[in-house]
Unconditional design. Sequence first.
Length: 186
Amino acid sequence: MAKGTDEFAGTEAGSVGSDDSSTIDPTTLIGSGSGTGDDFDPAIHVGRDKRNADGSYTRKRGRKSGSGNASGGSARKADSNLAGATESLSRTLLMLHIGIANVSKSPEFEIDKTESDLLANATVNVLQQFDIRPDPRAEAIFGLLVACGTVYGPRIYIHNKRKQTDKKAKASETVVDFPGIGQHMG
């Protein structure tokens, strides 16, 4: 049979135990292990058919060092990202409420910075507790819409007011028709 470092090494009679018997211990054979009494753990091992050179089960690859939920750099980075997101949400809520107040002509809906901070912090706390992370694409689209509303909303409002004023001025213009002159007087 095979000798040395062959995959069948240790399966010859007399090479398994200290005695020279021809019996083979099934737990020492590569590929054995029916699941009873062996040290296979599916959480940490690749599979029952994957073994190391010494016959032990091959372990799954672990996390790279420095990754994961260890307290340190990653936690501080998450906190700074969360603070930035909370501040951004606060500004968004502030602008949104100002826009709602202007569109609805109800100044009661306008909130100040303190109230927008309060709403933003409460919203972030709820999202954290329920482990909800909005889709970044949806966040970006919503941010764009709020930015457009902030930039163009007042301009549209002023444009519409100017058009109404021009329309009223034109309607209040009196037309006096003198025969032969044909001019308008205002």
